[in-house]
Design a protein around this ligand. Sequence first.
Ligand code: ATP
Ligand code: MG
Length: 548
Amino acid sequence: MKDVIKSHIGSFIVTAVLVFTCNLLSVIHPFIVKEAVDIDFKANNIEQILIQLFLAYLFIHIILAIMKNIRNIKVNKLMARILSDIREKLFCKVLKFKMKTYNKYNSSEIYTRLTLDADNLFQLFFGTIQILVNNVIYIALMVLMMFFADINLALIGCIAIIVVAFSSFKFTRKLKFLDNKLLEKRDEENKEFSEMYNKNKLTYLYKMQKNNIKTTSKLFDEELKIRKRYIFVHHFMYPVALILEALGIYAILYYALNIDTNISLGSIYLVLFYVKECRNPLSEMFDQLEEMQTCLNSLRRINAILNEEDDEDIYVGEDAENLNGDIEFKNVYMNYGKEPVLKDISFVIKKGSKVTIAGRTGVGKSTLTNIFMRLYDIQSGEILMNGYDISKISIKSLRDNISYISQNPYIFEDTLRNNITLGDNNISDEQILNIIEYIEVKDIFSRFINGLDDIIRGTELSYGELQVISFIRAIVHKANIYIFDEPTSNIDLKTERLIQNLIDKISKRSTVIIVAHRKSTLESSDKIIYLKDGQVDMIVNKKAEALI
Ligand code: ATP
Ligand code: MG
């Protein structure tokens, strides 16, 4: 965050000078009115003096209008640049998270940081800091000018300002409190609503509509109550400030007309002008001070994201060449939290073999496939590929040699082609169409009128269709090692058999590691690694060439 601010330090200084100059001019111009009020009407050159004062007044106003405009443009531009820098920094940071960091935040939290919190930060700079600095300077200059006009009147004026300020402060606090309550209620409503919306099938099946409507009405009733209190306080605040200000004005006039009658009319005008003028910047300041708490919370949350550890640079480390699938796990331990998920895992996979990982739900099969590619770090032990310790080689050289299908198929809202090639121009349409033909899934794709150019959306495809696309994607990306995490769990038996045939073909030239439960997959494997309680329970070697 500091570096973002540092990079704009020059603009900050220029903006600060403009802010100060505008305030000074705003405070000076009532002085000309004072001079006009206090003019000696018996003087000979009265016309000339009036013209001079008028011209000076006009001049200051024109300069002030121009400078205020320049100041606003400068401030807006500076703040827009800072906001854009911060958002870009945040986006890039999130894209560089370590895999385990993604588990720490859910996507709606991240979305809030990138939008709402970034906007709050903008508010902190643009609103809060700017208004606070601007108004403190403005009020200080006005108080100074009041003392310049008349010390006693200025003291009475200051008391009036403090009384009005105190009442504004109290009201603003109350309003902010109610505002926060409203926000909390909104959050609660949104959460409830999204739960109800997303679980709509459950609602219909279990006839929960009545209950849902009751919950919703209760929440909205509570919100309405808070809103009514807010409106009451809000509308009470302004008349109270006006009455207190009127009392202050009365005290000033009483002093000037009854106690010290030597004070010039111009000075009285000046003090009254400043007392009235102070009300708005003061209430704005209190508003902003309350706002600051929210903004500082956003700042803390954004900083927490920016301070997250970056994922390792994929180019750092030795460039391992031709990792062809000779793999060895030596006493590997891995945990997401405190407890290890994988414990003391050791096995060997020979290049060109087809190995199945099996075991009960939640035993750690997907975790095992993830650590092959260093998506997660292991806690202890070693994973060797062709003799290289994979924690020492560059991630790029490791992942260049692996093609992977995860258990959850991922689809981008993009063309079918791009979803399969992932932007690799070396993959031809012909290759894709050949695979579609081989696994006989032409009918699945026939509904895409524009063929590979059709834009697809994950939500509009069945889970099986998503798996077929993921499979084709993994196959067209040539690799020495293929890792498939339950690639056919939702696919019909015929297509599954064809996919298995293709996997068997691939395993003739590459190493294939597959997580599967089906008997047919287990039977066609060279080796089966059974996991139990996060450990290797049993290893079955089925073909001589795969023996350890
Ligand atoms: P399944 O057959 O259901 O796919 P699996 O054998 O693939 O299960 P894993 O997904 O590897 O199991 O999960 C192993 C254990 O680790 C489970 O207890 C799971 O709850 C936990 N786990 C998985 N992913 C994470 C994660 N990102 N953070 C924390 N715990 C996790
Ligand atoms: Mg799994």
